[in-house]
Write a new protein. Structure first.
Length: 219
């Protein structure tokens, strides 16, 4: 079975396929035309450009069944090209969250997606990670359930470059906690606790925000 997967991973039809570096997309699939020992004569899939590359500069392609995989730790070939391809294909399908082992990778869609509603929150509550698609709510729920069961404080680390969506995902975690805890505290204008907490951000950001290339209001 292992040999079969290794063979299929670099085969498309009757020809072998590998990942090669590409200036525009980072990596591109290429068909091997000739194996010359330490080098390969290849043609890129798409523009059919023929080039010669070193074998060490190519990366293996995963079988088609691993397309849009929810957890990249399950990839047969966990290389840079395969990780980027998987994230890209999921992103194109509006699936901005992807697991990588114990981590949850989020890609900023720069658009509003209908995946943070009350109904979505309820659907993730108390569910195991394998039961639902990847989401920041799963991370929040795991932390909450562990805190309740083990009676110990928990931490969630949200990290990334400027404009990656750290602040927005932090807001979603706060929203999730406020919702599942059944907090009904309302302000004078009817705002719930989660919204009241989020409203604190502008005040806090005023003390330490900065403008970056990707974000005019970086937290």
């Amino acid at each position: 079975k292992q040999w079969y997967q290794r063979r299929v991973a670099i085969t498309a039809g009757d020809k072998k396929v590998v990942w090669v570096g590409d200036k525009e997309s980072g990596f591109a699939k290429a068909t091997i035309l000739q194996d010359m020992g330490d080098t390969l004569r290849i043609t890129k899939v798409g523009n059919h450009e023929e080039i010669t590359v070193k074998k060490e500069d190519t990366q293996q392609v995963n079988p088609p069944k691993f397309e849009k995989l929810e957890d990249m730790a399950s990839l047969t070939y966990l290389n840079e090209a395969s990780v980027l391809h998987n994230l890209r294909q999921r992103y194109y399908s509006s699936m901005i969250y992807t697991y990588s082992g114990i981590f949850c990778v989020a890609i900023n869609p720069y658009a509003r997606l209908p995946i943070y509603t009350k109904e979505v929150i309820n659907s993730y509550r108390g569910k195991r990670r394998s039961e639902m698609p990847p989401h920041i709510y799963t991370v929040a729920d795991e932390s909450y359930q562990t805190m309740i069961q083990q009676r110990e404080n928990q931490s969630i680390l949200i990290t990334g470059e400027s404009g990656a969506g750290k602040t927005e995902n932090t807001k979603k975690v706060i929203q999730y906690f406020a919702s599942i805890c059944g907090v009904e505290s309302k302000s004078a204008d009817g705002a719930g606790l989660d919204e009241q907490l989020v409203r604190c951000n502008p005040v806090l950001e005023a003390f330490g925000n900065a403008k970056t290339i990707k974000n005019d209001n970086s937290s």
